[in-house]
Design a protein around this ligand. Structure first.
Ligand SMILES: C[S@@+](CC[C@H](N)C(=O)[O-])C[C@H]1O[C@@H](n2cnc3c(N)ncnc32)[C@H](O)[C@@H]1O
Length: 249
């Protein structure tokens, strides 16, 4: 579904209020790199990280998003970003990364629960000793969309255009079925996708199964405490064994 919005992504979602804090947070965990972004999109985070001197590998299944990223990279010759077509199973990705990160709720776009579990397992394999996995997920308990069992959000774009999103929440399956309709100049274009959210304890369970442990959890990138009122959940995981002891018999 990101192919459909790729050309508009930066205009609609390309800036977040906490961009600077998010960059500083990820930069602090990246050391000297390299870093791996899961769901790199149009490079909102990857490009600034690369311009700060890091080598970045960015995986995304949307050719449209990667095309926009490639155009932006052509304007930024100093940014070392390697775009790769792929999903969060990270098939074919090799390397030893100081930081693997999956932000902006990208985890919910996995095609299956197995894919989400694979992300944690592959991240653990691809992290250097002492490396960090950062996962930002929306906090489902009180997050705005999940409060509505059937919710509608309308975003007016211009006098002649608006986006309508209809959410259907299934609390048992922990899914939100989203139908997005763009109405423009008498035409309507519909896109549909399923978001699979995870509770913090479930994230931690996947991490544990992968050999990672929770190092920190906040409600945002500026060290906000994580509470039941948090709209987002930022989790930082590290290998269970401390740096320097992995691989010893
Ligand atoms: C909300 S955007 C975030 C993009 C970028 N990380 C950012 O912060 O601006 C979600 C991204 O996840 C990608 N995505 C969707 N399904 C995915 C999957 N199964 N595995 C990895 N990435 C996926 C989309 O193509 C899109 O680029």
């Amino acid at each position: 579904m990101y192919d459909a919005i790729a050309e508009r992504y930066d205009e609609l979602w390309g800036t977040r209020a906490h961009d600077a804090a998010e960059f500083a947070f990820l930069r602090a965990h990246a050391g000297t790199g390299p870093v791996l972004e899961v769901g790199v999109g149009t490079g909102r985070v990857a490009i600034p990280l690369a311009l700060s001197g890091l080598a970045v590998v960015g995986v995304d299944p949307s050719r449209g998003m990667l095309d926009v990223l490639a155009r932006k990279l052509a304007q930024q010759p100093g940014a070392d970003v390697e775009p790769r077509l792929g999903d969060m199973t990270l098939a074919g990705v090799t390397g030893a990364f100081m930081l693997v990160y999956c932000v902006y709720h990208t985890l919910v776009y996995a095609g299956s629960r197995a894919e989400q579990a694979t992300l944690f397992r592959r991240a653990a394999e691809l992290l250097r000793p002492g490396g960090t996995l950062v996962v930002e997920a929306y906090h489902p308990g009180l997050a705005r969309r999940v409060r509505w069992d059937r919710g509608v959000r309308v975003r007016v774009l211009t006098d002649a255009a608006c986006d309508i999103e209809v959410y259907e929440h299934d609390a048992d399956l922990q899914t939100v079925d989203v139908t997005a309709i763009r109405v423009q100049g008498g035409d309507a274009e519909r896109t549909r996708w399923v978001e699979r959210y995870l509770l913090p304890a479930q994230l931690d369970g996947l991490a544990t199964d992968a050999g990672l442990v929770l190092h920190a959890r906040t409600g945002g990138y500026a060290d906000e405490p994580f509470t039941t009122a948090s709209r987002r959940c930022v989790s930082v995981y590290r290998h269970r064994q401390p740096e320097g002891t992995r691989g010893r018999g």
